[in-house]
Design a protein around this ligand. Structure first.
Ligand code: UDP
Ligand code: MG
Length: 318
């Protein structure tokens, strides 16, 4: 196996052909400034374009560049996980491939790490080039998560962060399928601090996060760190049972008072529809949790690697 490196940079890549070379160049430029050996781990998450080929070529000419190629698309969180699993550095940086997280911020993160912090996360001050809708949704998401989950996830942070080897080792022990890296880093604890930065526009290409994928991530985040939706379901169930019991008494009393009364069809239909709706929602919430339990019991690997290149070498010593 290759030698020691001080820094590992993990880059999840999914169809990033237009940016990947520039990202590689910028990361090398920044990491060389540290004066320490480093490695760049590109995790190709089953790209259908030439991303993997490009990285493979870059890795042939550059000792610090490594490629890990998945057998198919396993998702951003799985790609990040694979990077953490393979990182050998004393500190590991996670950064997106699209240059939205400015690489020069890594130097500030390293400074904080040298001061003794074990997790340094990037806190976004401003997001350029993202629609008002996405910003509003993101802001709402973080605030909702904050109030729903039982652990604190810092507001306005993405996956862009530096973690110490110790933290990385702890993260490797969390093998749940239902992953949300930001939440996991919060969960493991250790000494944490933030570095603030302005989020840039994508250098090129388009977002790989469809609204569907984002919603999925949001729901994963909530269910992974909180049982509150289940509790809310229980509360709603109890409250409605109480209300309907009171109504039941009322109906019985009225019926007894007036043996000939027939009307009331409308109210019965309304009540029926309403309660059926509520029951279906509650069942759905329970089903979501059950599905996650099922996923965990299968104990499948989080990702499958089809190809690895460059891992048998040491880092670039500049
Ligand atoms: N990504 C990935 N697998 C996916 C989707 C995205 O590895 O299924 C990578 C993508 O290449 C990028 C990072 O995850 O490096 C963040 O994706 P993107 O920039 O599209 O998300 P956004 O910044 O728009 O939230
Ligand atoms: Mg992006």
């Amino acid at each position: 196996m290759g030698g020691e490196v001080t820094f590992s940079v993990v880059v999840p890549v999914f169809n990033e052909e237009p940016v990947i070379e520039e990202t590689h160049r910028r990361l090398n430029e920044i990491m060389r400034k540290t004066g320490e050996p480093y490695e760049l781990i590109f995790v190709d998450d089953g790209s259908s374009d030439r991303s993997a080929e490009i990285i493979s070529r870059l890795s042939r000419d550059n000792d610090s560049t490594r490629l890990l190629s998945f057998s198919r698309n396993f998702g951003h969180e799985a790609a990040t996980t694979a990077g953490l699993d393979h990182a050998r550095g004393q500190a590991v940086v996670i950064i997106d491939a699209d240059l939205q997280d400015p690489p020069q911020v890594i130097l500030q993160m390293i400074e904080k790490w040298r001061e003794g912090y074990q997790v340094v996360y990037g806190k976004r001050l401003e997001r350029k080039g993202e629609s008002f809708f996405k910003k509003a949704a993101a802001s709402m998401f973080y605030r909702m998560l904050h109030s729903l989950s039982e652990i604190t996830i810092p507001l306005d942070t993405g996956d862009f962060r530096l973690i110490d080897r110790e933290v990385c080792r702890s993260m490797r022990r969390l093998r749940e399928k239902n992953r949300f890296i930001r939440g996991m880093v919060s969960w493991v604890g250790f000494r944490q601090t933030a570095v603030e930065y302005v989020r840039d526009e994508r250098f090129a290409g388009e977002t790989k996060y469809s609204t569907g994928k984002l919603l999925r991530l949001a729901w994963d985040a909530v269910t992974a760190y909180s049982h509150k939706p289940l509790r809310v379901a229980t509360y709603v169930g109890f409250t409605l049972s109480l209300v309907s019991f009171i109504y039941l008494v009322f109906v019985v009393v009225r019926r007894l008072g007036d043996p000939l009364a027939v009307p009331g069809w409308a109210s019965i239909v309304v009540i029926n529809l309403f309660f059926n709706g509520v029951i279906l929602i509650i069942l759905g919430v329970i089903g979501e949790y059950l599905g996650r339990v099922y996923d965990e019991t299968k104990r499948r690997p989080l990702y499958l690697v089809a190809k690895r290149e460059g891992f048998d070498r040491g880092g670039n010593d500049s």
